[in-house]
Design a protein around this ligand. Structure first.
Ligand code: CAA
Length: 257
């Protein structure tokens, strides 16, 4: 039996998905991406899972789309295959998705990390969009998400030269949630995931959606969404439990209802 491309491990309410093509620095081929999306869909339906960590290994989160797989593909083939379609599903998952990044997160690897809700990175991690050096450009959100994080002038420099974006710079521009020493990346990601997993899943999902509205829509549209989402929380048992627990001075037990 072939080795799975994405390893899954469940720790209570937190699922860990590990990209597993170490021989090619976790280059993202079509099979891996299909498997990743299938695993995410299964975790979406698993009520016991409330947060997901996506990670690679010490050397690489992922060094980009698999260049060997793309090298001989024609324009017609790549257009008709529309291989990045599955990627669009990733930021639409309702559960929080945390990228735990060590080593390289380049090209599609950088785009995959950026499509997660948060990134915990090692101080030695290296981000970047080197596609320009292959005579192409990012195709899974690099020009959009990097520009939103860095601003036009700095994003242009990284996108047009393909030079590496050090983890420290990624942190300072708000692309990375937290920067930690190599050996603490997984511990930090787990601690964050477990903390969020204790909250009301409905409120977590609505907050996620509202934050993406802030990035993608005019302020008033986002404000309207936020207001209705706030009202929607009042239809949940978790809202009753949260407020009651406050009044009774105890820790709330959220059930996701
Ligand atoms: N695709 C396929 N294979 C890859 C790969 C990739 N993206 N990245 C690394 N590999 C392979 C290498 O070919 C090598 O295989 P062999 O041992 O069989 O030669 C193995 O992984 C180890 O890599 P290196 O020997 O190159 O390791 P290094 O430590 O010397 O260098 C690196 C590391 C700087 C990350 C270098 O591997 C590199 O530049 N990789 C390519 C990065 C890149 O250009 N990514 C963008 C891809 S295009 C894209 O992602 C499009 C998009 O928008 C989705």
């Amino acid at each position: 039996m072939s080795q799975p491309l994405v390893l899954k491990n469940i720790e209570g309410p937190v699922a860990i998905l590990r990209l597993n093509r170490p021989q090619v620095l976790n280059a993202l081929n079509l099979a891996l991406m299909d498997e990743l999306v299938d695993q995410l869909k299964a975790l979406q339906d698993d009520d016991s899972v409330r947060a997901i960590i996506l990670t690679g290994n010490e050397k690489a989160f992922a060094a980009g789309a698999d260049i060997d797989e793309m090298a001989d593909v024609s324009l017609a083939e790549i257009k008709m295959k529309n291989q990045f379609l599955v990627w669009d599903i990733i930021p639409r998952f309702t559960k929080p998705l945390i990228a735990a990044v060590q080593g390289y997160a380049l090209g599609g690897g950088c785009e995959l990390a950026m499509s997660c809700d948060m990134i915990i990175a090692s101080e030695n991690a290296v981000f970047g969009q080197p596609e320009i050096n292959l005579g192409v450009m990012p195709g899974a959100g690099g020009t959009q998400r990097l520009t939103k994080a860095l601003g036009k002038a700095r994003a242009m420099e990284y996108l047009l030269t393909g030079k590496p974006l050090p983890a420290r710079v990624a942190y300072e521009c708000g692309l990375v949630t937290k920067l930690v020493p190599d050996e603490l990346v997984m511990q930090e990601a787990l601690s964050l995931a477990h903390e969020i997993a204790q909250k009301s899943p409905v409120a977590v999902t609505l907050i996620k959606e509202a934050v993406y509205k802030a990035l993608d829509t005019p302020t008033q549209v986002g404000m309207d969404f936020e207001r209705n989402a706030f009202y929607m929380c009042f239809g949940t048992e978790d809202r009753v439990e949260g407020m009651k627990a406050f009044q009774e001075k105890r820790t709330p037990q959220f059930k996701g209802r």
